[in-house]
Design a protein around this ligand. Structure first.
Ligand SMILES: *Cc1c(COP(=O)(O)O)cnc(C)c1O
Length: 338
């Protein structure tokens, strides 16, 4: 039995999801006439209590559109040095928005209000780029699925408001955080100027991300999306999958988290593993000793038909998802016993 824990993007749509995709009403989304895309955008905006939403192919696109619309060339974006927007979006901040980035060293990818405050430039000094926006990630991929304390987020918001700075959330895995905490999408909608969420990670859609924000912001993002060739005509089948996932797959994330914790325990007694990061959501990071490389570890597991990814020279990542079952979890245990 193949066990694939490389990413939560690998999931395939379920039979029920495929059925709603097959039956989705369609139209031309560039004309604003795809009923399924329109319903998904309305549903997401309502869920977060935000004025508007834009359905896009990827989370990279929703993040990059947000940065492009919020900043002007030469402005500065503050984020943690482990951020996806900085590490894994192909240099998009420089390429699309011509913005400068100030990376901070937080705790497992999470920065604090104090750190933000200390890193805001003096806008009156022509030497310094203008600090225009702060981008947070929740949960943090590179932080092993770490979750922000919402009180810290609120304090960051206060600092941003006091300094006229925009606050964006890369919420690719926000629902993984929401099922583990007491906050609701509305709390996040009230706090952030813009939010990006992924439907194709833990929520199990084949494709899709949503960008949320003010109407004028979304209108501008829609314009850039089109200019980049992202106008996708009858995208309704993908949107229908998104609606289905928001209705049926959010609660399943808890199961992914339970299985991730179990994997963390299995790895913590594996002789090749030095340390397992705290497992809070669906990501498990295992630190290897200096004499074992992640490439060797990945290869060793590959021979047992278990697949994970290298996440650094001595760091490996396992991600649980909707296609990883309890049966696979049971089959994994003996294979991690070495
Ligand atoms: C996956 C991911 C994204 C978006 O990735 P795409 O592959 O472009 O959809 C953004 N942020 C984080 C934290 C992610 O894990």
């Amino acid at each position: 039995m193949r066990i694939d824990l490389r990413s939560d993007t690998l999931t395939l749509p379920t039979a029920a999801m495929k059925e709603v995709m097959n039956n989705a009403p369609l139209g031309d989304d560039v004309y604003g006439e795809d009923p399924s895309v329109n319903s998904l955008e309305e549903k997401a905006a309502t869920m977060f209590g935000m004025p508007a939403a834009l359905f896009c192919p990827t989370g990279t696109m929703t993040n990059q559109l947000a940065i492009k619309v919020h900043t002007r060339p030469g402005d500065e974006v503050i984020c943690d040095k482990l951020s996806h927007i900085y590490l894994y979006e192909g240099g998009g901040i420089a390429m699309n928005a011509f913005s400068s980035v100030r990376t901070l060293e937080g705790n497992l990818g999470r920065i604090t209000a104090k750190m933000v405050e200390e890193n805001i430039n003096n806008a009156a000094d022509v030497h310094q780029p203008v600090t225009r926006m702060v981008s947070l990630e929740n949960t943090v991929n590179k932080g092993g699925g770490s979750i922000y304390d919402f009180n810290e987020i609120k304090q960051i918001k206060e600092v941003c408001t006091a300094n006229g700075i925009i606050l964006h959330l890369d919420g690719a895995r926000l629902f993984n955080a929401l099922v583990e905490t007491n906050e609701t999408p509305l709390d996040y909608g009230k706090t952030f100027d813009s939010i990006s969420i992924c439907l194709s990670k833990g929520l199990g859609c084949p494709v899709g991300s949503l960008l949320l924000g003010e109407k004028s912001f979304i209108n501008q993002a829609r314009r850039y999306k089109k200019a980049m060739g992202g106008g996708w005509r009858q995208a309704g089948a993908l949107a229908a999958a998104g609606i289905y996932a928001l209705d049926h797959h959010v609660d399943l994330l808890k199961e992914d988290h339970r299985r991730a914790k179990a994997i963390g325990e299995m790895l913590s007694v594996n002789s090749w593993v030095e340390k397992v990061y705290p497992v809070n959501t669906n990501i498990v990071l295992a630190q290897l000793p200096h004499n074992i490389t992640s490439a060797e570890f990945v290869e060793k597991l590959k021979e047992k038909d278990v697949h994970c990814v290298s996440f650094g020279k001595h760091l490996v990542r396992f991600v649980t998802h909707i296609d990883f079952t309890d049966e696979q979890l049971a089959a994994l245990k003996p294979r991690l016993d070495f």
